[in-house]
Design a binder for this molecule. Structure first.
Ligand SMILES: C[S@@+](CC[C@H](N)C(=O)[O-])C[C@H]1O[C@@H](n2cnc3c(N)ncnc32)[C@H](O)[C@@H]1O
Length: 336
């Protein structure tokens, strides 16, 4: 399947609360499937057709006028195709162009960067990315491809191959993703530090806080936190109140930037597979002591000895251990 994008939103029932009398869908034809360069050209054409426009940063309009324009442009883009957002696809469209600009700024996207966008929707964020001179690969489920099922590495490799990159230059990810696929996206992208340097995502605020600041000993501390810190340095950037989306979600959102580590900077473990399998087992069952939950790996006495060596009590539970403690524990108890 080709990952070419920016087309139309899916046919859907018209809701009475949505601006009525949809106009016929007129401008964009399906994108050719031959090259990435063509995709970018089409994205620019899309902007000319007014399919997805956000005010350019050089626009001298006032902030209020500009936000008003962003709002109307997004609604117009939806209405002109007689489409109604589907909640099942997490279609909450961004109405505020300055947040799109801040998202792009959070990833420090510059001319010549290659950027992966997941779920471009009406293309308002795509537009900002293209305007700063980035080459954008956008994957939209309603058009071409489901991100959670695609082979992102082969898509990206095809794009990177055709470009004259300095070897150290990696691509970036900038996306306003549906909240319901955020864990899948994080799990899929964070281990790809060889390909991406930054992953900037607009997430549900609660999820953003849980991923970035899970205090030790809290019930929010989970294997995903070990995973996130193993592969990246996450940073909470800013909150995005729910009023900035259409339709308005029930919760606020927030932007998180994950700076991806490269393999050389990962904590030293004999095998990442056995490390994460140990971490998952450690959290299995509520309030279980590690000497119990890990006894399929080695006898409890050995686990107790390892815990003492790492500086913990023999009765310790998983929420007491930080990433580096799990790494030490794994290296002491895992069999080569
Ligand atoms: C929150 S909306 C964001 C739309 C647009 N980027 C914006 O900021 O207004 C999420 C978009 O992701 C698309 N989407 C949902 N699930 C997806 C998936 N599994 N793979 C790719 N795109 C998906 C939806 O159709 C929708 O266009």
């Amino acid at each position: 399947m080709h990952p070419l994008v920016l087309h139309s939103l899916p046919p859907a029932p018209i809701d009475s609360s949505f601006p009525p009398t949809p106009k016929p869908y007129s401008t964009l034809s399906p994108l050719p499937h031959n090259s990435f360069a063509t995709t970018i050209r089409e994205l620019k054409t899309a902007k000319l057709h007014g399919f997805a426009a956000s005010a350019s940063p050089s626009n001298p309009k006032t902030k209020t006028q500009k936000q008003d324009d962003d709002y109307h442009t997004t609604l117009k883009a939806l209405n002109s195709k007689g489409r109604f957002p589907r909640r099942s696809l997490g279609q909450h469209y961004m109405l505020n162009g300055s947040i799109n600009e801040q998202l792009v700024g959070a990833a420090d996207v510059k001319e010549g960067d290659v950027v992966l966008e997941i779920g471009p929707g009406t293309g308002s964020l795509t537009n900002v990315l293209v305007n700063v001179g980035a080459a954008v690969l956008a994957i939209e489920k309603v058009l071409q491809e489901d991100f959670t099922r695609c082979h992102i590495r082969s898509h990206m490799s095809l794009i990177m191959e055709g470009r004259s990159f300095v070897e150290s230059q990696r691509a970036k990810v900038v996306a306003n993703i549906p909240f319901n696929i955020s864990t899948d996206v994080v799990k899929q992208l964070l281990p790809m530090g060889d390909m991406f340097s930054e992953v900037v995502l607009l997430l549900q605020e609660e999820a953003a806080l849980r991923l970035v600041d899970p205090s030790l000993r809290s019930s929010e501390y989970r294997p995903i936190n070990i995973f996130v810190n193993f592969y990246s340095d996450p940073e909470y950037k800013f909150k995005v109140p729910r009023t900035n989306f259409f339709p308005q979600p029930k919760v606020d959102a927030a932007v998180v930037a994950f700076r991806l580590k490269q393999a050389l900077d990962y904590p030293r473990v004999s095998s990442t597979k056995s490390f994460f399998s140990m971490v998952n087992s450690a959290f299995n069952g509520k309030r279980k002591m590690l000497r119990k939950t890990l006894q399929h790996i080695c006898p409890p006495t050995e686990i107790e000895a390892a815990l003492s060596e790492v500086g913990f009590q023999t009765t310790s539970r998983p929420e007491e251990l930080a990433l580096e403690d799990f790494v030490k524990l794994h290296n002491l108890i895992s069999k080569p």
